[in-house]
Design a protein. Structure first.
Length: 109
């Protein structure tokens, strides 16, 4: 029996265990998992660069050592990671990966 296990240890660590990759369907699953891992890495890099640009973090470390914080805030900006957003309208997806707010001009991205 072929078995796949994907363990997300934290925002920077993903472990893939598989007993066999001989079938074509297994290769497709592995490709999809690799694409998901690449997307997570891109999100980590975007979060880190936004935090650095807004001066929400001081230390500049490589992206693979960076740990995402749920909330980063200073007097000018807020950066949310994986937090629900309360709105005055009902929207189908209210939990974006990254929310960036400029407090001075009251604009949210």
């Amino acid at each position: 029996m072929n078995q796949f296990t994907l363990n997300v240890l934290d925002s920077n660590s993903v472990v893939l265990n598989c007993s066999s990759i001989s079938n074509g369907s297994h290769k497709i699953i592995i490709i999809i998992i690799i694409i998901i891992i690449i997307i997570v890495i891109i999100i980590i890099i975007i979060h880190q660069k936004l935090a650095e640009a807004a001066e929400l973090i001081e230390d500049k470390r490589p992206y693979y050592k960076y740990t995402l914080a749920n909330v980063l805030e200073n007097e000018n900006f807020k950066l949310y990671w994986n937090r629900s957003i309360l709105t005055d309208k009902i929207i189908p997806f209210n939990r974006p990966d990254i929310t960036f707010m400029n407090k001075k001009i009251k604009n949210t991205f």
